[in-house]
Design a protein around this ligand. Sequence first.
Ligand code: ADE
Length: 236
Amino acid sequence: MPDQAVDIVTIFPEYLAPLRESLLGRAIARGQLRVDVHDLRSWTDDAHRTVDDTPYGGGPGMVMLAEPWARALDDLAPPESSAQPRLIVPTPTGRRFTQEIAAELAQQKWLLFACGRYEGIDARLTDYAGQRMVVDEISLGDYVLCGGEVAVLVIMEAVARLMPGVLGNAASAAEDSFTDTVDGLLEAPVYTKPATWRGLNVPEVLLSGHHGNIADWRRQQSVELTRRRRPDLLEG
Ligand code: ADE
C-alpha cells in the first residue's frame, strides 16, 4: 500500500492530468503515492447530471449543490470508517496558502481535495464534512480563479516536494525561499557556468572559493532583495 494518498473531486477531471508528470508521477510509479481523480458528476442521479443551482438570497452565478459532494465524500471516506482524510477546499475565502501549510499537508496520510466552481459550494458541505474530518479552506492569494483545479495543482506541487521520500534532494527543499532555514528571506540570485556569458560576469566572490565570504554575500543579497521586493517579510 502507498505511504500517502490523494483524492481529487472535480467536474473537470482532465484538468488534473499534469499531476501524473514529473516529481509526483515518479512517486506514483514507485508506489509511494496514490493519486485518484474523480468526476463529481458520477455522484448525480438526474438525466442532466446537475451539480449546481441558483443562490438563496439572490445574487449572480450558481452555487454547487451539497448533495453530490456529500455522496462523493461518503463513498470515498465512509462516515463509519475510522480513517478519514484531511479535506482541502480551495477557495478565495480560505486562509492564505504558505510554505508552512504545505509542510503540514505533506505530513498527512490522506488528502481529499474538493474543487469548487461557479460561486462556490453550499456552505453546509463543510459543516457536514467537519463532523468527521478536518476541513481546510485554502486560498492561493488575493485574486479569483475560475475554480479550484489549478489551485490543487499548485498546492500539490508545493506539498509533494516536501513529502517524505518524494524529492530526491531533501536539502534543496530545506534551503528554499520561504522556509525557516533562510530566516524568512528571499533566496539570493544563483549562477552557473560559464563565468562570463554574453559579456555578463558572475559576481567575483562566488568564484573565490571562500565559503565565509560567499555566505556573507548571499545573506546581504537576500536582505537587499527582500527589502526591495517583499518588505512585508522584514516586518517584525
Ligand atoms: N478558487 C478560486 N479562487 C481561488 C483562489 N484565489 N485560491 C484558491 N482557490 C480558488
